[in-house]
Design a protein around this ligand. Sequence first.
Ligand SMILES: Cc1ncc(COP(=O)(O)O)c(C=O)c1O
Length: 440
Amino acid sequence: MSVLDRMSALLPDTAGVSENGHLTLGGCDVVQLAAEFGTPLYVFDEATLRQTCAEYRRAFSQSYGDVIVIYAAKAFINRALAMIIKEEGLGLDVVSGGELSIARSVDFPVEKVYFHGNNKLREEIELAISCRVGRIVVDNLYELPLVNEVAKEAGIIQDILIRLNPGIDAHTHRHVATGVIDSKFGLPIALGQAEEAVVKAMSSSNLRLIGLHVHLGSLIFAAEPYQEAIRIVFQFAAEMREGHGLDFREFSPGGGFAIQYTRDAPAQGVAYYAGAIAEAVQSSSKELGMQLPRLVVEPGRAIVGRSGVAVYRAGATKDIPGVRRYVSVDGGMADNIRPALYGSSYEALVANKVTEDEVEQVSIAGKFCESGDILVKDVEVPRVVPGDTVVIPVAGAYCLSLASNYNASLKPAIALVKEGKARLIRRRESYDDLMRCDLV
Ligand SMILES: Cc1ncc(COP(=O)(O)O)c(C=O)c1O
């Protein structure tokens, strides 16, 4: 079995091998891309990205019907990516004035923009309302009157959803679990704050409460937590309808759909989540005698994760006999902090050695001044020598969006590949960029 066969679930759809035994993506030789654009380099495969957007739309509309898929921009956004998301007909979940500004810069249809966040700033709310975002997802009781006040000043009736905290553990890393009661996100149903928010929203002059939202966390492998959350939210919605006349027209189960990062941790496809969510919404609605609400799903990681790979150049190696061999690359925790932050696991391959069968176990280290800067622990790759092109698959989500300038490093360039052509969608930062905001 070739490396590519072993890694096929992790690589973009267009992955192949060139005549000289190099990894290709979107018809482009990855070794050549590294030479042309430098490393670290992030490469996104346009075909995989568009195909994944289309699959999400298709699967949810086939299972449910009235649905909007909105891409959670926090997974990664830049102008070219926002353009593709727009062209594929998805909406957008934004959490800051910055993400909203990127969306606006490509004329993203604002009515399909949902504005989230547990501490939206007044300026951000003003921006969102003045550019007429489709929904503001109200997260807490502090924000509710603030959104109403800003909407009133602008002379606008703003559509809102209320983000509930259902008190559910989705069995994911504690840093990405948001549905548990001890979370900074959402209004707890169990403590009565959710009901208070519904009542206040319904009596606010410039808010129109059209639905409810939950988001349980990220990298959720099983459908059961979604189904449990749906039962809880729909029960709450029925009580709010009886008690306060809530018109429950829209429901979002959030995002969080897991993807596969390593060969030993497969994830379900979109059809699994779409089927389970649709079934739970339909049965709860029926049981409680409610109209089916419009469904809003918010995948982030699942849309961009597998479309992107990180490409590094190997440098120093260090052998510790009987312990391990370290291969250091020219990036690390500044462009991908996930292993250090969450203990995330990845695979790796060597783009100029994809046809080599003989492998050895190494750990891939970053270049940053932290012992924890290890990108991949104990991975089997052909013998790596300085100058080799090391690729980490499934690097499209939460790498670049969490990237920093740690050690005054330069954020990487990003190339988009398609049908044998590559174009930069973000240039590498320069030392001048690093100092652009400094004043002396
Ligand atoms: C409200 C909300 N929706 C959607 C997402 C996207 O999650 P994921 O990228 O795991 O799909 C997040 C991620 O934090 C979120 O907070």
